[in-house]
Write a protein that binds this ligand. Structure first.
Ligand SMILES: CC(C)(COP(=O)(O)OP(=O)(O)OC[C@H]1O[C@@H](n2cnc3c(N)ncnc32)[C@H](O)[C@@H]1OP(=O)(O)O)[C@@H](O)C(=O)NCCC(=O)NCCS
Length: 259
């Protein structure tokens, strides 16, 4: 029996992400419908009171993460869950998990190689105009209305996704909660990249600036990620060298998103 359409799409996304994220980051894309029986006892305990759909979603994230670990030669291991719901990684590991109705994505790496990781996936659907002001700064809204009317809503979704990825990247060490308008995003659509511009003094600002992220847009999903030396880095010497390389290719322009 052949693969379902979603399974094919999921595999294609995993291949594209692996190519974009590079060999130091393990990535795995799976169905969001995981099996709670695959969880380690401590993971199962963390989710035992949740409704079954949430248990399956949580299990998908843990299972995808273990696949991502294997993809970069790490032994599969449990991933804790903080009271704030953020994953708790074993010493020396960093990672990020995201899920939507149809896909689950996990990315993991060694802290000394990649610093930190934040990844987010959203359905490729427009954000309604009345929500834009909650997600976008005034300047981002000005940019939105300068774009073709039929693309504005999905560009707003790109803003949302990029901000969520950035949030997940900075949170593990800063524990700082951010509002969507605390940061501003500019896109380099041609290169599938974005720049993060802080709008107030943020904890992460000890990092080299500007922080850049990557994006992959498919018909179904918008995926954004940020990785690199972390706020308050513990040991990011290797990551810092790679990060400098990324900065050299930083993005500055806003043109149309890829179709
Ligand atoms: C945490 C948050 C970013 C998750 O995003 P989401 O689109 O709702 O859901 P996703 O499926 O993409 O991500 C959920 C996963 O993120 C991870 N996560 C949860 N809290 C996290 C945090 N504080 N930091 C990093 N990762 C976190 C978890 O692994 C979770 O999956 P799991 O519970 O199954 O393990 C979001 O719910 C949130 O709290 N946002 C508030 C802060 C914010 O968005 N500010 C504006 C951005 S600047």
């Amino acid at each position: 029996m052949g693969l379902s359409r979603d399974a094919c799409l999921t595999r294609t996304v995993q291949e594209s992400l692996a190519a974009r994220l590079g060999p130091d980051i393990g990535v795995a894309c799976t169905t969001p419908d995981g099996d709670p029986n695959d969880l380690y006892p401590e993971e199962r305990a963390a989710i035992s009171r949740a409704v079954s759909s949430r248990q399956r979603e949580f299990a998908a994230g843990r299972t995808a993460t273990r696949k991502a670990m294997v993809n970069i030669g790490l032994a599969p291991q449990p991933i804790g869950c903080g009271v704030d719901r953020a994953p708790v990684w074993a010493a020396g590991l960093v990672g990020s998990i995201s899920h939507t109705r149809r896909i689950c994505i996990a990315a993991v790496g060694r802290q000394h190689e990649v610093g930190g990781i934040g990844i987010d996936v959203e359905e490729n659907l427009p954000i309604p105009m009345d929500i834009w002001s909650s997600v976008c700064t005034a300047e981002e809204q000005t940019y939105l209305v300068s774009q073709p009317a039929d693309r504005r809503g999905t560009i707003a979704t790109h803003h949302f996704t990029a901000k969520e990825a950035f949030y997940k990247w900075q949170y593990p060490l800063t524990k700082e909660l951010l509002d969507f308008r605390d940061i501003q995003i500019t896109f380099d659509w041609d290169r599938g990249r974005f720049l993060v511009h802080p709008q107030r003094k943020l904890q992460y600002s000890k990092c080299p600036r500007p922080v850049t992220g990557g994006m992959l847009t498919t018909e179904e999903w918008i995926i954004a990620w940020v990785f690199g030396p972390h706020p308050n880095p513990i040991n990011t010497s290797i990551g810092a060298a790679r990060w400098s390389t990324q900065l050299n290719a930083s993005c500055t322009k806003n043109t149309h998103p890829e179709s």
